[in-house]
Design a binder for this molecule. Structure first.
Ligand code: ZN
Length: 424
């Protein structure tokens, strides 16, 4: 993960362009991702794929010819999707096109102008104070172009499981050199996919790397039918900060994926921050929309909007470490493991009680089933047989009798093996 972070960090990603393709190609060295393209100009629902943006160079020189701002030193120096410009301009006119943060004087802000033709530079407030003077003239240069025959790139990987029903894992690739938002999400998703590829899975997994918003909308447009196979999912974003874990619920707060995300987090750190569902945020906005209504959760570590370096050059590899991403990866793995265990069974001997000894189900050892549980194996067998009406899932049973899902799953599978339960 550290290698991938370091390789991908310098790449200038955006909504479109070679930086995104290069990012996806690097991921392909770890997982068998398919890279796909959607042409510029194509209408996707209420939106349209923008032209492909390429930037080769950009700088500002002072009247002595010294470069005081240089895109080659940080790709955050140029407002993303800036149009080309080359002119000598008075400070008072240039100032409107300069973006800085007085409250974070060492940070270059991240700015975009995707859907409005403009140009601009971003710089630290310190540089603004040190290098610019009233009544001076500056030479500004942005060598960029928009290709109407270009395309928007995305990556997709389908990992087939025992079932055709799918779980969606989605992350976004449109941010340039910004580590937590959202290179950390790209790295976590890659390694989560690698883990899923290494084992047998119950569900199938649809893993996508798309530019945020427009890329997601385009993906949904291209795959509208396939999305019906998706049961639920997650949007992986801002997972590598040094602060607390966070958990944003899906739109249906009673959906079991929310309960299981809380259980997963409690395994690692009980002091996580809980966020209710909100219409603002990341790509859950698209997945939750009326036409799709796919429940997606997000487990974060320093969630977007919430940390001071958000959308600035200080969101870098000093702030984000592979070790932090690994912690969040462990929570996601736990969540997936639990989600795969939440099944619905039906008691095949519904009329009257099951004669346990006849099915070799009467536990030979008494006492608690697991050291920390107050319930014995016999308790679990009886409760599972009682509740398994073909409609009640294991999460519901676990809430009713205060048992661990893992224990219930273990016992239910045993009952299934004895042909007393069937899976629905
Ligand atoms: Zn962002």
């Amino acid at each position: 993960m550290k290698n991938l972070l370091e390789k991908l960090f310098p790449i200038n990603r955006s909504l479109t362009g070679d930086g995104n393709r290069e990012t996806l190609r690097q991921i392909q060295e770890i997982i068998p991702l398919e890279i796909k393209e959607i042409p510029s100009g194509k209408e996707v629902y209420d939106w349209k794929i923008p032209p492909e943006w390429t930037i080769r160079d950009a700088w500002i020189k002072n009247s002595s010819g010294e470069k005081i701002i240089d895109f080659k030193k940080s790709n955050l120096h140029v407002v993303q999707y800036s149009e080309a410009v080359h002119q000598t301009i008075k400070f008072e006119n240039l100032k409107k096109n300069l973006h800085f943060l007085e409250n974070l004087p060492n940070a270059i802000p991240y700015r975009t102008t995707y859907y409005q033709k403009k140009w601009g530079f971003c710089l630290t407030f310190n540089d603004f104070q040190n290098f610019f003077e009233e009544n001076e003239k500056y030479e500004v240069f942005i060598d960029s172009d928009f290709n109407e025959n270009g395309s928007l790139s995305y990556g997709e990987l389908l990992i087939s499981g025992e079932k055709k029903e799918e779980i969606l894992i989605s992350t976004y690739i449109c941010h340039p050199s910004l580590a937590n938002d959202n290179l950390s999400g790209i790295v976590l998703t890659t390694f989560l996919a690698k883990w899923l590829l290494s084992k047998k899975n119950y569900y199938s997994y649809r893993i996508i790397f798309v530019p945020e918003t427009i890329g997601t909308i385009a993906y949904l447009h291209e795959n509208q039918k396939k999305m019906q196979k998706i049961n639920f999912g997650c949007v992986v974003t801002t997972v590598g900060g040094q602060g607390k874990f966070g958990f944003k619920k899906s739109f249906d707060e009673n959906h079991f994926i929310n309960f299981l995300a809380e259980k997963s987090l409690e395994n690692f750190d009980k002091k996580y921050i809980s966020y209710p569902f909100d219409i603002f945020g990341s790509d859950e906005r698209q997945y939750s929309s009326v036409g799709f209504r796919i429940n997606t959760i997000s487990i974060t570590k320093d969630k977007y909007y919430e940390y001071p370096f958000y959308h600035t050059s200080l969101d870098n590899l000093d702030f984000v470490k592979a070790e932090n991403i690994e912690k969040t990866l462990d929570v996601y793995k736990k969540w997936i493991s639990l989600v795969e265990m939440n099944r619905i069974y039906k008691n095949k001997i519904a009329f009257g009680e099951v004669m346990l000894s006849k099915h070799d189900l009467y536990p030979k050892n008494g006492g608690a089933f697991l050291p920390e549980s107050h319930l014995t194996e016999l308790d679990l067998i009886q409760w599972i047989l009682f509740y398994s009406d073909g409609k009640t899932d294991l999460v519901e049973i676990s809430k009713k009798i205060d048992a661990k899902l893992e224990d219930l799953f273990f016992v239910a599978e045993k009952l299934k093996g004895k042909n007393v339960l069937m899976e629905i």
